[in-house]
Ligand binder design. Structure first.
Ligand SMILES: Nc1ncnc2c1ncn2[C@@H]1O[C@H](COP(=O)(O)OP(=O)(O)O)[C@@H](O)[C@H]1O
Ligand SMILES: [Mg+2]
Length: 241
């Protein structure tokens, strides 16, 4: 059985159909890419998976149990964590305190949360930043802080929303390494990313969204050759040679 099932999920905002009848499955341990043009509905789907939004119809199941509509706190408790496209760290708090906020999803004890947060900062390459205010971090460090805060909740599934967007190629490669390290911990990942050179080598499969719908699902080699994907998203430079 798949770890995560998206089953016929639709969500509209006013007249805008952000997600229309979206269905796919994510296997345990997989890195799945979620790609498509701006406005395709990627972040909206993350909002439904993370419990921030309730789909109008359809269901999201973790281990066969419905999680859609349970709200973000319960979804986090069941093992779904996400990063935000627009970084949401608490600027005036220290880096360590930000990650402790994540850790408090698992424990009520400050000492335990601090231990967990410290270990997670180590893992994310932010060891030397623990006592700095979050606002003082560089852009790539802020992205790592987002990941650290999500990881501190001990997720089974991690949703990464444009974690590498806007980084230099070197910073992005360091981010890729972090994603691989997270997978090695046994965490299942769905990542939204625009730079295909980065995302395609990393994922086992990609789901392509366009205008709120699934355009296709496939392995990277199939995706880059799909004429509909090229037309809707990739453009000519990915046309098969
Ligand atoms: N809370 C909301 N209220 C109104 N419209 C929304 C809301 N969230 C998303 N949308 C709309 O849904 C569509 C999909 O947006 P989004 O999921 O952010 O796309 P993506 O992340 O793929 O760029 C867009 O047209 C967006 O304006
Ligand atoms: Mg988005």
């Amino acid at each position: 059985m798949a770890l995560l099932e998206i089953a016929g999920v639709s969500k509209s905002f006013g007249g805008v159909a952000a997600n229309v009848d979206i269905s796919f499955e994510v296997a345990e341990g997989e890195i799945l890419g979620l790609i498509g043009p701006n406005g395709a509905g990627k972040t909206s789907l993350f909002n439904s998976i993370a419990g921030e939004v309730t789909p109008d119809s359809g269901e999201i199941r973790l281990d066969g149990i419905r999680v859609s509509g349970l709200g973000p706190v319960e979804c986090a408790a069941r093992g779904i964590a996400r990063t935000f496209q627009v970084v949401r760290s608490f600027d005036s708090m220290t880096v360590l305190e930000n990650v402790m906020v994540g850790a408090f999803a698992r424990t009520a004890h400050a000492r335990e949360a601090m231990r967990e947060a410290t270990e997670t900062l180590d893992f994310c390459g932010l060891r030397g930043r623990a006592d700095r205010p979050a606002w003082s971090l560089s852009p790539p460090e802020k992205r790592r802080l987002e990941v650290a805060r999500a990881l501190a909740t001990h997720p089974r599934v991690l949703l990464l929303d444009e974690m590498l967007t806007g980084l230099t190629p070197t910073e992005a490669q360091e981010g890729v390494q972090l994603v691989r390290d997270v997978q090695r911990r046994g965490i299942t990942i769905i990542m939204v990313e625009h730079v295909m050179e980065i995302v395609l080598p990393l994922v086992s499969r990609a789901v392509v969204l366009n205008l709120g719908r699934v355009l296709t699902i496939g392995q990277p080699a199939e995706i880059v050759r799909n004429p509909e994907v090229i037309r809707a998203y990739l453009g000519d430079r990915y046309a098969a040679a």
